[in-house]
Ligand binder design. Structure first.
Ligand SMILES: *Cc1c(COP(=O)(O)O)cnc(C)c1O
Length: 354
């Protein structure tokens, strides 16, 4: 029986996408060949790459607005490096809202001065800093729109007159935003888009080519753009499966449709966390993520009972990250409201039992 999959990443994908992807592994487009055994330069695969790049821009509302989409390798962690390599000439600002921002900052420091414009480290990243000043002379500001580990999410995206760079790994395509506010967006596929192995990068072309350092080809956005995201052999399976998810998203109401579902799921779990005396939320109320809900039991001795009940209900992947503890329910686009309902039922059943 298929489990209710709350894994933080790699994470749930639509069942029909998994089916289509597995079909393509055996017989791609009725070609009598596997997706995995054809040239990436063949028309069939070039079409996949082109459609995926276009659809990503289309879903974000960025078509014809000076942006290019790329499917690169190395994960979001490689983008911590590439963003700074391509954009940091003197000084960049970073908003430190969690483990991933922290890592992005460490990498950027290899390339120039980094100003931590604000940080929520003082409270183990359980909130998003709000009243901070942006110093002058920054090459860009870097933010993490959703903090996967801590369960916080930026609700207000700053409007700036310098480039805005965002790690959207865990909430890309999950909610409507004015994406034109961003100049560089990146997201590892394995949270909300596809399998591990590719990272979506969306970049406004006119911010590139401004740094004086030499950039190795594989780390140079301009090179990847000029080669149509095919500078070298792309991760064909990850790109194709991401395309299938993007098609699925489009057929299901696009980002708007996803956001409506995600809001319902988040409302359901957070009201249970707030009403049930056995649970307490980790993140500050106003910063709660619609993607990752972090919570704890108020009585540690109920852990074993709760864990057993979760298992019996077919719920998988709700253990919290080691740096936060407790529980984390990740509710990416492909997770159904019914799965969240099942989790909430177990939580209220625990209250009845205890
Ligand atoms: C998972 C995650 C990362 C790391 O992604 P990799 O693809 O493993 O490098 C970075 N940032 C955020 C917000 C994440 O959720």
């Amino acid at each position: 029986m298929k489990k209710h999959n709350f894994s933080a990443g790699p994470s749930i994908l639509p069942q029909e996408v998994l089916k289509q992807a597995s079909d393509a592994v055996l017989n791609f487009n009725n070609s009598g060949l596997s997706l995995l055994e054809i040239s990436h330069r063949s028309k069939d695969f070039v079409d996949v790459m082109e459609e995926a790049r276009e659809l990503a821009l289309q879903l974000l509302g960025l078509e014809g607005k000076g942006y290019k989409a790329l499917f690169l390798q190395g994960g979001a962690s490689m983008q911590f490096v590439m963003a700074a390599y391509n954009l940091l000439e003197n000084k960049a600002g970073y908003l430190n809202t969690g483990t991933w921002s922290d890592k992005a900052i460490k990498e950027a420091k290899l390339f120039g001065d980094v100003v931590e414009v604000a940080s929520s480290k003082d409270k183990n990243f359980n909130y998003i800093p709000k009243d901070y000043a942006i110093p002058s002379g920054l090459d860009y500001l870097h933010i993490t729109t959703n903090n996967t580990i801590f369960g916080t999410q930026l609700k207000n995206i700053p409007a700036l007159d310098i480039p805005l760079v965002a790690d959207m790994s865990s909430d890309i395509f999950s909610r409507e935003l004015d994406f034109t506010k961003f100049d560089l967006i990146y997201a590892g596929a394995q949270k909300n888009m596809g399998p591990a192995g590719t990272t979506l990068v969306v970049v406004r072309e006119d911010i590139l080519g401004k740094v004086t350092r030499k950039i190795p080809a594989m780390l140079d956005y301009t090179q990847h753009i000029s080669k149509g995201s095919m500078y070298n052999t792309p991760p064909v399976f990850a790109v194709y499966t991401s395309l299938l998810t993007l098609r699925w998203l489009k057929e299901n109401g696009g980002i708007k449709g996803a956001e409506e579902n995600n809001d319902k799921k988040a409302t359901l779990i957070y009201s249970e966390i707030d009403l049930n005396p056995l649970f307490t939320g980790f993140a500050a109320l106003e910063d709660r993520s619609t993607m990752n809900a972090t919570f704890n039991l108020t009585e540690d001795n109920l852990k074993e009972t709760f864990d057993t009940m979760l298992k019996e209900a077919g719920i998988s992947g709700v253990n919290g990250h080691r740096s936060v503890g407790g529980y984390r329910a990740s509710m990416y686009n492909a997770l159904s409201l019914k799965s969240v309902g099942t989790l909430v039922d177990v939580m209220s059943e625990l209250e009845r039992k205890a």
